[in-house]
Design a protein around this ligand. Structure first.
Ligand code: LLP
Length: 436
């Protein structure tokens, strides 16, 4: 997929760059991003809106993968940016990302984070709860600064996805729920607030979604509410943010829709509902993370130990694992991979790919068909671009990998590899014993 191909020496190439050379130059584990594929995805989302002539924003959900270069690329691609913490906001500021295109999410933004966002001149805050509504109003009033907001609602739509990553059910820590009527109270409060400019509502129904049904249901719910808001508070939203969650193909069995399909369906129902209720067509905002960067990322590992258990299984260990990809351990996520240096050879064996962390659950792939592999080989694991580096950690004091962008035959290092000295940078020694 993307610009990945096998060159005539049988080696995996991405963005016109030989991955075997990348591994030699930058070391392993290494995250390699196919920039052309990110560009293509961003375009597909944007083109789908343009074709329907609907005002829109496509905000990159930066939690999927953030660093200065990624934010600069997102800016260049005309994407907005969804941040969920002071740290992501700080990165956006450092990347000189235009603040008017930054949206701030989160169910427990701190006062300091809200102040930071207001002072940075952020474009929009997606308010999650009454506490935040009150504090944000106070912060803006103190500064005599008016800010644009959306209210996050919990539409009670459950997307078919892993439990840990579905956020749309009624029983969720996110957003104002519909059943108790708190959403009406929130709309009224926000709409009447002098310093808050309520643009509309936000809903996010889950992640790694393969159908449009959930989005359609969410839109239907929202329009039921809009009717009430118009009558009761004379409020009509001018923005509907329908969140992210568009799935990607990690393994053969995954069946995502082309990204434009999700957008077309959303536009279709919103248009239909808007005209049925006599509402000016609202702007539609979306927040894809995974579908922008997920399959653009590949991780290269060096293979080390091989353990053969007769009649049971062959374990191949790599020089990373749950420290650079938590998803298999956390969500039983599945991946596919090949030998980058012998990508043309037929798979004759089955290996289970183990990470190097001191934990039995640190397995990256079970039963991967491969050619007979050994410690001279490089394993490429596909589709690691979203929530891979972003959730990387220093468990077992393993330094985090480097990240390179590749495009048109060039490679750029965008995050350098952690060194051992980085691991102790924040550590403070025990105070010296003071002798009495
Ligand atoms: N908007 C909101 C409000 C979200 O909560 C999320 C993801 C997104 C957008 C982007 O969703 P995406 O398009 O990337 O599916 N760590 C998990 C995924 C957690 C998703 C959290 N929210 C994983 O590795 O699968």
């Amino acid at each position: 997929h993307g610009t990945s191909r096998i060159n005539n020496q049988g080696q995996l190439e991405i963005g016109g760059v030989n991955t075997v050379d990348l591994a030699a130059k930058y070391g392993t584990p290494l995250f390699v991003y196919d920039v052309a594929l990110i560009r293509e995805r961003a375009m597909q989302f944007q083109e789908a809106f343009k074709a329907e002539e609907v005002p829109f924003q496509v905000a990159y959900a930066s939690k999927a993968f953030s660093c200065l270069a990624m934010f600069q690329l997102a800016d260049e691609l005309g994407l907005s940016l969804d941040v969920v913490s002071g740290g992501e906001l700080y990165t956006a500021i450092e990347a000189s990302f235009p603040m008017e295109r930054v949206h701030f999410h989160g169910n427990n933004k701190s006062i300091a984070e809200l102040e930071m966002a207001v002072e940075a001149g952020i474009g929009c805050i997606v308010v999650d709860n009454f506490y935040e509504l009150r504090e944000l109003s106070r912060i803006c009033k103190e500064r005599q600064h008016r800010i644009e907001i959306l209210l996050r609602i919990t539409p009670g739509v459950e997307a078919h996805t892993h439990d840990y990553i579905s956020t749309g059910q009624e029983d969720s820590k996110f957003g104002f729920d519909l059943v108790s009527g708190q959403v009406h109270e929130a709309v009224q409060q926000a709409h009447e607030d002098e310093f808050l400019n309520l643009l509309g509502v936000h809903s996010h129904i889950g992640s790694q979604i393969f159908e449009t049904t959930g989005f359609v249901m969410a839109v239907e719910k929202i329009f039921e509410l809009i009717g009430e808001w118009r009558e009761k508070f004379n409020f009509t939203p001018s923005v509907l943010n329908l969140g992210g969650g568009f799935g990607i193909r990690y393994i053969e069995g995954d069946t995502p829709l082309p990204v434009g399909e999700y957008v077309r369906k959303m536009i279709e129902v919103v248009k239909e509902k808007a005209s049925a209720t006599n509402l000016t067509m609202p702007e539609i905002w979306i927040e894809p993370g995974r579908s922008l960067v997920g399959d653009a990322g590949t991780t290269l590992y060096s293979i080390g130990a091989h353990k053969h258990i007769p009649n049971v299984r062959d374990y191949l260990s790599v020089d990373g694992g749950m420290s650079d990809n938590l998803r298999p351990a956390l969500y039983q996520a599945e991946y596919e991979g090949v030998l980058a240096n012998r990508a043309n050879e037929e798979a004759t064996e089955t290996f289970s790919i183990a990470g190097k962390c001191c934990e039995s659950g640190d397995m990256l792939i079970w039963d991967l068909p491969l050619p007979k592999a050994n410690h001279e080989d490089i394993l490429a694991v596909f589709c690691t671009g979203a929530y891979g580096y972003a959730m990387a950690n220093n468990y077992n004091r393993i330094p985090r990998p480097a990240v390179v962008f590749v495009e048109n035959g060039d490679a750029f290092e965008v995050v350098r590899r952690e060194r051992y000295e980085d691991l102790v940078r924040l550590d403070l020694p025990l105070p010296k014993k003071v002798s009495k």
